[in-house]
Design a protein around this ligand. Sequence first.
Ligand code: AMP
Length: 299
Amino acid sequence: MSILVVGSVAIDSVKTPFGERAEALGGSATYFSIAASFFNRVNIIATVGEDFPPEYIRLFKNRRIGIGGLHVAKGKTFRWKGWYDYEFNTAHTVYTHLNVFKNFKPEVPRELRKSKHLFLANINPELQYNVLRQLERPRLVAADSMNYWLEHKKKEFERLVGKVDILLLNDSEARQFSGESNLVDAARFIVSAGPKVVIIKRGEHGVMYFSKNSRFTAPAYLLESIRDPTGAGDTFAGGLVGYLSKTPRINEASMRKGIIYGSILASFAVEDFSVNRLLGISIGDIHARYRRFRTQTRF
Ligand code: AMP
């Protein structure tokens, strides 16, 4: 019952009001897989260049993250550079160098086609759809996207969302896709477009969950220090899908718990640059914060 993720494995350079890191490990599949690896075995489908540092490969191996589908291509690894000011919900991109990602055609190795849980991180929706079709009979499919694809590949995105169980979008993407400014209206529109569930991520304001018949809202964990919000969304997805992959039943109650685990994982990720904080915690730290989250939100 393992997890498969397709997305980016990247080298990021990030600046925030609390510091700066150059050429650090990043990418949506990276954040997702490290978060989900606290719960279950994860396999990555992605591509990197020949310059990808061997210590990062070791890092995946040490966490028992499967890299049989991590293709090393001729050329340079995907690079992203961005900065944030005190308003952490908006990333300002300095550059996106696609490099080997330009020719990325994800192929799911035969032995991974039986994977039961799939996360389609933010890449071209045509590629996401292609990966989905290669799986035999997944139990859970979750997908993420970004404003660029909603604008430039709307039709392909619409075809994809008809096939996913959970669609994750941030608030501005949900408004853009639905053409609604009220998020409840936006969520209603999105659910009518296909996914069983939409989860709208609102950064420090928490998340909103909508299905046809129910709604749930969770605040973000109250943090003392936030240094770098990069990867929070993918880390959230890793906690959510990781938790759900281990539950005997995926239903309303387990989704709610999964959302809290996702929020907890994301709260750790933003405490330091790159994946540094995630590498320093244990499942015990996650459960402890889960209990504190309960106290913070009980009334
Ligand atoms: P998030 O903060 O959750 O939106 O994700 C940030 C991660 O996404 C960074 O580590 C980047 O390397 C990666 N990223 C940025 N732009 C793209 C893109 N166009 N395609 C794939 N991954 C990207």
